[in-house]
Design a binder for this molecule. Structure first.
Ligand SMILES: CC(C)(COP(=O)(O)OP(=O)(O)OC[C@H]1O[C@@H](n2cnc3c(N)ncnc32)[C@H](O)[C@@H]1OP(=O)(O)O)[C@@H](O)C(=O)NCCC(=O)NCCS
Length: 178
C-alpha cells in the first residue's frame, strides 16, 4: 500500500524508519494516550516492523503501520495504523501519531483522509476510530474528517493505572463523500 498526498508519501513502516519512529514514540505527549510507553524500545520497533503484513491491506486481525513521510525529502513525520477487524469483513480501524514538532499543521488530517479514501475506494464497508475522551486533539481531528460519533464508553478502559473513557466514531462507505 503506497499513497501520495499533496505533502506526503505513505508506505509501510520499514527498518530505515526505526530510529525516528522510536524517538517520537518515546515522547511523553505521544505516549500519553497510547498503549505504548516512554520506554518504547528499538527492539519493540524492530518486532513491529518484522511483523508487518506483507500484502497490500491487512488481513483479518492484522495491523498495518504506514509511515507518513514528507514528500520533498522522505523525512518520517508520523504514522497511520490500519487494523482489519478480526471478525467483520471490510471493516477497519484507524489510528494516527505525529511527532510533536509537526503537529498543528493539518498533517494528520491529510494523511488519514488519504488512507480512509483508499480503503473505501478498495471496497471497505466501515471504518472506525476511537480515542481517549481526554485526548482533545484526536477528537477534533476525527470530527473534522466527518466521522460520526457512535458511543461514549464511560470508565470502560483500564489504562495506565486508571479507568478511562473512550469516544467511538465510525464512517460507512455510504456516508463517505469522495
Ligand atoms: C492526534 C494527533 C495526530 C493530532 O494531530 P494534529 O496536528 O492536532 O492534527 P492535524 O494534523 O489534523 O492538525 C490539526 C490542527 O492543525 C491546524 N491546521 C493548520 N494548518 C492546517 C491545514 N492546512 N489543514 C488542517 N488543519 C490545519 C488545525 O487548525 C488544527 O489545530 P487545532 O486542533 O488546534 O484546531 C496528535 O495530537 C498526536 O500525534 N497525538 C499523539 C498520538 C495520539 O494520541 N494519537 C491518537 C491515537 S488514535
Amino acid at each position: 500500500m503506497e499513497l501520495e498526498t499533496a505533502r506526503f508519501v505513505l508506505s509501510p513502516l520499514g527498518v530505515d524508519d526505526i530510529d525516528a519512529f522510536v524517538d517520537y514514540r518515546r515522547h511523553p505527549s505521544v505516549a500519553h494516550y497510547q498503549s505504548s510507553t516512554t520506554d518504547y524500545s528499538r527492539a519493540d520497533a524492530e518486532q513491529l516492523v518484522a511483523e508487518q503484513p506483507r500484502t497490500g491491506l491487512p488481513a483479518a486481525g492484522e495491523w498495518l503501520q504506514l509511515a507518513v513521510r514528507r514528500r520533498a525529502d522522505g523525512t518520517l513525520l508520523g504514522d497511520v495504523a490500519v487494523g482489519a477487524d478480526p471478525v467483520q469483513p471490510q471493516t477497519f480501524e484507524l489510528g494516527v501519531t505525529l511527532m510533536p514538532s509537526v503537529q498543528g499543521n493539518g498533517y494528520a488530517q491529510e494523511a488519514l483522509a488519504a488512507v480512509r479514501d483508499q480503503l473505501f475506494a478498495s471496497g471497505a464497508h466501515r471504518i472506525t476510530m476511537q480515542g481517549d475522551a481526554r485526548n482533545a486533539a484526536v477528537l477534533r481531528l476525527v470530527s473534522r474528517l466527518g466521522f460520526r460519533h457512535e458511543a461514549s464508553l464511560h470508565d470502560a478502559d483500564w489504562f495506565k493505572g486508571e479507568w478511562s473513557s473512550l469516544e467511538c466514531f465510525a464512517q460507512l462507505r455510504s456516508e463517505w463523500v469522495p
